[in-house]
Design a protein. Structure first.
Length: 219
């Protein structure tokens, strides 16, 4: 995939039409051409909502639920989501920069043409999610769970994987060669469909040997 260049707020094609968001979030709401600037939400219930051509700047979400919401052409900068429910959400054409997702539940989510850039993902649950044309650029992925997920054309340039899990994941055109570290906690046997570099393969060799029960002895 061709990873798009980062954009400033003013570079968004819909930037001129953005209006400041002032009200509370509601379930099954429709939010279009809005700018969430410095907004803070705690335990917001916004499931089954639509966010279209929306920008988030320095917004904070503590817990709360966006379950089964849809995010179309959204831009998020310096956004924090802690313990937020993003299960079964749909993301199309999203850009998340310098953000933090901690303890977020994104199982069953569908992401297409989404870029995470300089983000920290800590204990994010992507189990059974579908990721297509997704890039993690210069990110830290700590204890991120891709178990049972479908990853197609997913890239990790400049990113660090620490304790990532891939049990029963299905990978196609997943490129790990530019990742700065491959800390795989589980699912080494399910990395078929991924591409790694020769040095990465040597780094993974002891864990792969242990996974298949191969004993390596010299002398």
């Amino acid at each position: 995939m061709r990873i798009p260049k980062p954009r400033e707020l003013t570079q968004l094609p819909y930037a001129h039409g953005l209006e400041p968001f002032t009200g509370p979030l509601e379930r099954a709401g429709a939010y279009e051409r809005l700018h969430f600037d410095g907004s803070a939400f705690e335990d917001a219930e916004a499931g089954r909502s639509l966010f279209s051509e929306v920008a988030f700047s320095s917004a904070v979400f503590q817990r709360g639920s966006f379950r089964r919401s849809r995010f179309d052409d959204v831009w998020l900068h310096a956004v924090r989501m802690v313990g937020t429910d993003l299960a079964d959400t749909t993301w199309l054409d999203g850009e998340l920069t310098a953000g933090v997702l901690a303890g977020a539940e994104a199982h069953g989510a569908e992401l297409r043409r989404v870029v995470f850039r300089q983000c920290k993902l800590d204990s994010v649950n992507f189990r059974a999610a579908t990721l297509r044309e997704v890039a993690f650029v210069d990110c830290l992925l700590r204890d991120v769970d891709f178990g049972g997920a479908i990853l197609t054309d997913v890239h990790f340039p400049g990113s660090t994987l620490d304790g990532a899990r891939f049990e029963k994941a299905r990978l196609t055109k997943v490129d790990l060669r530019e990742a700065t570290a491959l800390g795989i906690a589980a699912g080494l046997g399910d990395l078929g469909g991924a591409t790694v570099s020769t040095p990465q393969l040597f780094d993974l060799a002891p864990a792969l040997a242990a996974h298949i029960g191969l004993t390596v002895e010299d002398g």
